[in-house]
Design a binder for this molecule. Sequence first.
Ligand SMILES: Nc1ncnc2c1ncn2[C@@H]1O[C@H](COP(=O)(O)OP(=O)(O)OP(=O)(O)O)[C@@H](O)[C@H]1O
Length: 225
Amino acid sequence: MISIKNLKKSYKVNQEALPIVDIPQLTINKGDRIALSGRSGSGKSTLLHIIGGILSPDEGTVMINDVELTAKKEKERDLYRANHIGYIFQDFHLIPSLSAEENIRIVLRKKGKETEERLKSWFNKVGLYDRRKHLPNELSRGQQQRVAIIRALINNPSIVLADEPTGSLDFETAEQIMELLLELSVENNQTLLCVTHDRHLMQRFPQSMEMEQWNNVISQGKVSV
Ligand SMILES: Nc1ncnc2c1ncn2[C@@H]1O[C@H](COP(=O)(O)OP(=O)(O)OP(=O)(O)O)[C@@H](O)[C@H]1O
């Protein structure tokens, strides 16, 4: 379970603090699969960064089960994320000089025969076994995102945070990737919080929320989703 209390985050712009996130209370239960939408600039990525321990809030707490993530130092948060959270970015964040397989190997916590089998079965599962030796730029965008999904899920995280994972993909590929993410989160009993602007894809999720329903800060953005 993710439990958020009195969470506040501002950014300093021209010496002034610009409030971005102000969430008095929010609970995400184990196994929830939530599509998160909201206006551009409403703080969705900032919230995901805080839940993922990439960013520290100014005030408030994020508890994951009985661990207070926000009380941890940056290095401890990084370690916690590596062990418990799978993070998927819109633009994949793959290392360009490493093959698809090597991009996964660098995050593997265990080595050995069992891990090799797991690696093989994941590449098969996402339909990329034959492409595993390819560099990212030798793969299509949908294929690169599938590699990023393996990388996020290979260590069996209990929480998956996805920040517009299909934002840069064509409609058909986006649908396939979202289906895959949802299927895998059910199969692995994961909590999934996924930012998406796509109303059609949102309908695939059992729950969908708008950032404005959680956040007290009225976003400055004028672009509606
Ligand atoms: N490092 C930063 N310094 C200053 N302002 C920032 C910083 N990062 C984000 N912001 C501002 O915070 C606000 C929220 O950004 P965030 O990326 O969390 O929104 P978002 O809802 O994910 O937006 P989008 O849907 O456009 O990706 C925006 O106005 C953005 O300009």
